[in-house]
Design a protein around this ligand. Structure first.
Ligand code: FES
Length: 153
């Protein structure tokens, strides 16, 4: 994306955000780009006359923000206690294999999926639980997980 086009996007987001907080603006930027590209943060810093260090500190403090490109679909495998005792770690390993991710990778090369571990999704009675975007899947099995991924491909 050209710097000119990025500047136009940032102008639009800032204009639309009005007096919103920096966090709300960063959420809008992340929603648009699916992450917070550093070059866009630089433009935003200049536009808002806010130190770039402040934007980076917010972007790195909140786990919901990412400076790295993320997949279109965010897969969260719960490894909280209730899910852990129901073999959620095996589900996570299966997800890695299904998504063809190496040990260090969290996002597929085609940017379709990002895989994350989380600690309790607040629905322990459904353990083990996997969320894909806003969808929650309880009593998950390795077989069901593979079939579920197909819905998002
Ligand atoms: S431990 Fe997994 S939902 Fe609570």
């Amino acid at each position: 994306m050209s710097a000119q086009k990025e500047a136009k996007v940032i102008d639009g987001i800032v204009k639309k955000s009005g007096d919103s907080s920096l966090i709300a603006i960063l959420q809008e930027v992340q929603s648009h780009y699916n992450h917070l590209p550093p070059q866009v943060l630089t433009l935003l810093s200049a536009k808002l006359e806010v130190p770039l260090s402040k934007l980076f500190s917010l972007a790195t403090f909140y786990k919901s923000f990412s400076l790295e490109p993320r997949g279109k679909h965010i897969v969260k495998v719960c490894l909280g206690t209730a899910c852990h005792v129901k073999s959620a770690e095996n589900l996570f390993d299966k997800a890695k294999r299904d998504l063809d991710l190496s040990a260090q990778e969290t996002t597929t090369k085609d940017l379709r999926f990002t895989l994350e571990k989380v600690r309790c999704l607040g629905c322990c009675s459904l353990a083990p639980v996997v969320c894909i975007n806003e969808d929650t899947y309880g009593s998950m099995t390795q077989e069901k997980l593979s079939a579920t991924f197909k819905k998002y491909r």
